[in-house]
Design a protein around this ligand. Sequence first.
Ligand code: ZN
Length: 431
Amino acid sequence: MSPEHRFIPSLSAGQMAARQLKGLKWTVAHACNGSPFYRQRLDDAGIGPNSIQTLDDLQKLPFTTADDLKDGYPFPLLSVPQKDVVRIHGSSGTTGKRKILSYTRQDIDTWQDMFARCYELAGLTVEDRVQVCVGYGLWTAGAGFQLGSERFGAMTLPVGPGLLEIQLQILEDLQTTCLCSTASMALLMGEQVDKLGLRDKLALKRVIFGGEAHSEKMRRQFEESLGLEHSFDITGMTELYGPGAGLECEAHEGIHYWADLYILEILDPATLQPVEPGQLGEMVVTTLCKEGSPLIRYRTRDLTRLLPGACSCGVCMPRHDKIQGRSDDMFIFRGVNIYPGQIAEVLEPVPELSAEYQINLHRRDGLDHMTIKVERNPGMSRTDDAGIARTVADEIRKRILVRSEVRVVDAGELPRSFAKTKRVLDDRNDD
Ligand code: ZN
């Protein structure tokens, strides 16, 4: 039996498929009729406004990429008259112009309902106090967490990012129960709470974190220092409304995503064919009711895998694994494709090491070298550093098939960031 929910719909497999088909038909017709870009793109693929008959027809649709957003700047993919746009959000592109997306009134409503589902899935009630410490402004993060919390009915504390002292003061004075931040920020706040001995003065129970790849170790570290009952990984991206596209449930067995609002495909980034069920691949999304800037087979560059089967929590929404990194973050070292997350996985089970690490790539005598700096856990003795470094380097060689030099450094030595921590420093082109 599905639990009773106010915001999360309970749909049978048949009902879900029917909703997806209806949404797919609508989206293709809407994009075809409303956007010169999509009309041309779909026309080139032999698709008209009425071409969708079954869900399998999704496979015939052309892909959309971040480059298409750049080309259509400042109103890419716009599929409604400009007078119907009520909000603009943007994110920094990795190179060049930012991505700008348009929202209609209905898009804002869909987004806030979608986000309210996240708070519901995280087990919050209207008695909760939600401290939002992510970026506001053009970014979707602040607006999303706030809209969703207000729609859900919790008390919302829009503090914004950074300002550690103010964050801690609000946490204590307003007895915040749920914190929304990046994993790096939660880690930083946890370190500060530890240092100042504040834990017993806080009412914090839950953290919803997202916006960057994290390791389980990072997560355990802030769960412990903040004295949490649960923490929840949230997903989302500006192109897909913003944060709130999916969330873990209390079973913590993957991320439920809203399959009635968008279709998720997991494809091999090289061949663009579906990967075997359960295999790692790139998330490709198609929205089902997005008006302003609809997405048709949009390549997100995020890597994950689908998790088959029903979740023990009873929620009908399907699940994917946590985001394992981005196909963009991949670097090539001595001919091997490596994701930073693979290094984090090796460090994970080593009790002497913390979650903070940095990968340095450099060239010496015409050869690429990789040095991995990793922080010792506070309180651990440095006498074992050399042995631990050797064990980690051996493990990396065994699992990722590359040689590296591992250096254990003091706790607090590596740079901290409020936002996304830069894990890879590539100096190989400097000579
Ligand atoms: Zn679940």
